[in-house]
Design a protein around this ligand. Structure first.
Ligand SMILES: NC(=O)c1ccc[n+]([C@@H]2O[C@H](COP(=O)([O-])OP(=O)(O)OC[C@H]3O[C@@H](n4cnc5c(N)ncnc54)[C@H](OP(=O)(O)O)[C@@H]3O)[C@@H](O)[C@H]2O)c1
Length: 323
């Protein structure tokens, strides 16, 4: 359980990766450092962030961990998207604002609605890419990122034809090891077909049509959204059919009415089905992180039971089919 995976250069990293998109939802800097350290202490050595996460502040939160563990960690960041100016203006006070907003459901909904209506800026020019990477390296306080992803490019975006040359120069200068694409399946497909040998890494959502794309990128594959998308489907299925919940709880010897247990089984099943990929996940709760990791590490689930569970997941919704 929880085996390492090999990067194209033979270096190993963990098959579970910690995502930093929601990191700034954790109120204090010390708690953010704590959860990142905790992830590392539980065997996670891959961390995924982006220039835009946490209104541009998520990368710098990784500094304390990287200061002592950089050589043992694989690090991914992204370029191309930037936050709306209106939101960036408040970025220094985001912890306080986020906690005030999350105090009630209405303000949370309103903030999400406002964010979705104000367009993020999308720039895939060489100048912007270079500036973004240099900013990322400074924020992370490191000399190199392992994977630099194009962040969610759409076919309609202006792709600067000089980007491939720039990517090569980043590699030659030791600033990055790999270039990746993190996009929805149709956009990823568009860019992979147009630039067949450009990408060493691909990052996709948990839905299965995306799996068809992965053979076209021979390097690192990572997936996100397993818990966010699959746990609610499972929970709703279990609440309408409690006998099903009891059945799977018995088969896997774990109480699947508990959310962190559900998350652990989903991640373990995903890992078994796709053993050479990185499976990204995240939580803002240290207790849940420790619970999920301990559960996966100490589990005695048989491969056959996990595969059956994966098949059960796939039958719940063809949209989320996983094998
Ligand atoms: N390339 C892209 O466009 C893209 C898009 C999305 C994500 N990513 C990357 O992937 C990382 C992981 O993101 P993710 O969304 O895939 O993480 P995830 O692990 O699938 O979902 C984490 C979220 O689900 C919540 N959660 C936990 N248990 C749940 C349950 N039983 N039911 C419902 N929700 C539950 C967590 O809440 P708590 O915090 O309360 O535990 C947390 O907010 C990101 O941080 C980012 O690095 C990339």
């Amino acid at each position: 359980m929880f085996k390492p995976i090999s990067m194209p250069d033979g270096r190993q990293t963990s098959s579970l990766g910690f995502g930093c998109a929601s990191l700034m939802n954790i109120p204090s800097s010390s708690e953010r450092t704590y959860i990142l350290d905790l992830a590392y202490d539980h065997g996670i050595t891959h961390f995924d962030t982006a220039r835009m996460y946490g209104l541009g502040h998520a990368e710098q939160e990784l500094r304390p961990l990287l200061a002592t563990k950089r050589s043992k960690i694989t690090l991914a960041t992204k370029f191309g998207l930037d936050n709306p100016l209106l939101f960036k203006k408040f970025s220094n006070r985001q912890s306080l604002l986020r906690s005030l907003i999350r105090r009630n459901k209405l303000t949370t909904r309103l903030a999400k609605k406002l964010y979705s209506h104000i367009a993020v800026s999308r720039t895939f020019s060489s100048e912007a890419c270079q500036e973004s990477l240099l900013h990322s390296l400074k924020s992370l306080n490191t000399d190199l990122v392992d994977i630099l992803y194009m962040h969610d490019p759409l076919p309609s975006d202006q792709f600067d034809p000089s980007l491939p040359i720039l990517f090569d120069s980043f590699k030659a200068n030791g600033l990055i090891r790999y270039i990746g694409i993190a996009a929805n399946p149709s956009s990823a497909s568009y860019y992979i077909n147009k630039y067949p040998s450009l990408f060493d890494a691909i990052q996709l959502g948990t839905s299965s049509p995306s799996l068809a794309l992965t053979p076209h990128v021979t390097g690192v594959h990572s997936f996100f959204g397993h818990i966010r998308h699959l746990a609610p489907i499972l929970q709703s299925s279990f609440s309408t059919a409690p006998a099903l919940c009891r059945l799977w709880s018995d088969r896997l010897s774990i109480d699947l009415t508990l959310k962190p247990n559900l998350a652990a089984v989903v991640l373990a099943a995903k890992q078994l089905v796709n053993p050479s990929s990185i499976h990204l996940f995240s939580t803002t709760k240290p207790g849940n992180l420790a619970h999920i990791m301990t559960c996966i590490q100490n589990s005695s689930w048989s491969d056959a039971e996990l595969i059956s569970f994966a098949r059960f997941l796939s039958t719940l919704s063809s949209k989320y089919a996983i094998i």
